[in-house]
Design a protein around this ligand. Structure first.
Ligand SMILES: Cc1cc2nc3c(=O)[nH]c(=O)nc-3n(C[C@H](O)[C@H](O)[C@H](O)COP(=O)(O)OP(=O)(O)OC[C@H]3O[C@@H](n4cnc5c(N)ncnc54)[C@H](O)[C@@H]3O)c2cc1C
Length: 380
């Protein structure tokens, strides 16, 4: 696939004007919202500071079933039916009743984008331009009755600016991408690398994605990411990192819709954020589609999405409690506790319950509810 680059100079024309839907952020959440709107007849503009797929934002591990349900298997790089956990007092392998896959970020984004009929432009969002329907960008002020913030943890379009590390509920994640091969999806729960958090090595074909995530944003993970890479005999090259939200936030704020990391849709404890971004993006896309097709008002979409988001509070809280408890477990007990919790039927139940937070079947349901024939959009 041809490599695109972000537009520069004269190509950066003024984008000011009114659209039906403005989606800010063209990664997992934003692309999923746009995909749900395809064929609705609405004038959808999606913007991002980079071209689609240009900047990988994660280690790109996801339950395989989500790739299957969305027709994204072409992006798959490797598949795993177990997780190999290393603790300070020995290792154990946890069988997974379904499978995880690593994927290629650019390919996955391209595949999702092929299913969209929105217009895409590169633009940097600076914030709200006075009201929730007007967005200030470096290419002009864009207005729309339906505005989506899918720009990640910063929650750029919030009515206040409260999301700032280190005080906000954010974890820190950093990884390197050396060449290398491995058969195992590996996780380290070892205070040698991070007092509260975990390290990982996720193979993706001929590349390894090796990193450390700290639940405590004050703990810097660069040195221990290098240490982990050295310990597994890999080079510390191809750095990428970001803040990771670990608390569910409101899905709406003063008329703006939020999906993905901007709404804290990243599961605490595991920091799995891609599946939830796709899941909540699909749910939001359905609500917006109902607005553009005239079967509900913008206000009822705001209320419905707010409720849908809030209905996941208990599950996110359960994982956050586990995240808070993990660093308090004495190191020599980590392995026996994991062995007991994930043995046999108990392990199957726990993994299935975890998958059920954002089940892959939802992608199928959401996809089936998309209407393929274009319809005219009459603003409310
Ligand atoms: C090191 C690391 C490894 C991770 N590994 C995994 C993993 O293996 N599996 C998993 O499920 N999760 C993982 N996560 C979490 C996952 O990356 C996020 O939860 C996920 O990317 C959220 O998707 P999103 O679409 O909400 O936001 P993002 O993927 O962060 O995308 C936000 C988009 O908004 C754009 N943007 C941001 N600000 C602006 C602006 N001002 N103007 C215009 N555009 C803007 C960005 O360019 C980007 O394209 C990892 C996170 C980190 C940091």
């Amino acid at each position: 696939m041809a490599r695109r680059v972000t537009k520069r100079g004269d190509e950066r024309t003024d984008l000011s004007g009114e659209r039906d839907v403005l989606i800010c952020g063209a990664s997992f959440a934003g692309l999923m919202v746009a995909r749900q709107l395809a064929g609705s007849g609405a004038d959808v503009l999606m913007i991002d500071r980079y071209e689609i797929g240009e900047r990988q934002t994660s280690a790109c591990v996801i339950p395989t079933a989500w790739l299957e349900e969305l027709g994204l298997l072409e992006s798959e790089r490797q598949r795993f039916d177990s997780v190999l956990i290393h603790t300070a007092h020995g290792s154990l392998r946890l069988p997974v009743p379904w499978s995880f896959s690593t994927f290629d970020y650019r390919t996955l984004c391209d595949l999702l984008w092929q299913e969209c009929d929105a217009r895409f432009e590169t633009a940097k969002v600076n914030g709200r331009a006075g009201n929730p329907n007007a967005v200030d960008t470096d290419r002009g002020t864009i207005t729309a009755p339906l505005v989506v913030d899918a720009m990640g943890w910063k929650r750029v379009l919030a009515s206040d600016s409260t999301v700032q590390p280190p005080d906000a509920p954010l974890s820190r994640g950093l990884e390197v991408h050396p060449k290398g091969r491995n058969e195992n999806l590996e996780v380290w729960i070892d205070r040698k690398y991070v007092p509260a958090g975990y390290g990982w090595s996720f193979p993706a074909g001929d590349e390894l994605r090796i990193g450390v995530g700290s639940f405590d944003p004050r703990f810097h993970v660069r040195e221990t990411t290098e240490l982990l890479a050295t310990d597994v005999g890999a080079e510390s090259v191809g750095w990428q990192g970001n803040w990771i939200p670990h608390e569910l936030r409101d899905g709406t704020d003063d008329g703006v819709f939020f999906a993905g990391d901007s709404a804290g849709h990243c599961l605490p404890l595991t920091a799995e954020g891609i599946r939830p971004a796709l899941y909540f993006g699909a749910a939001l896309g359905l609500e917006l589609r109902a607005v553009v097709e005239g079967s509900q008002s913008r206000d009822s979409a705001l209320a419905a999405y707010h409720r849908f988001n809030a209905s996941h509070e208990r599950q996110f809280r359960w994982l956050l409690n586990s995240q808070n408890a993990l660093p308090r477990v004495p190191p020599r007990l980590v392995r026996p506790i994991l062995a007991a919790a994930f043995a046999g039927a108990a392990g199957k139940f726990a993994f299935n319950r975890y998958l059920g937070i954002a089940p892959p079947q939802f992608a199928r349901t959401a996809g089936a509810r998309r209407v393929r024939e274009p319809r005219a959009f009459t603003p409310a």
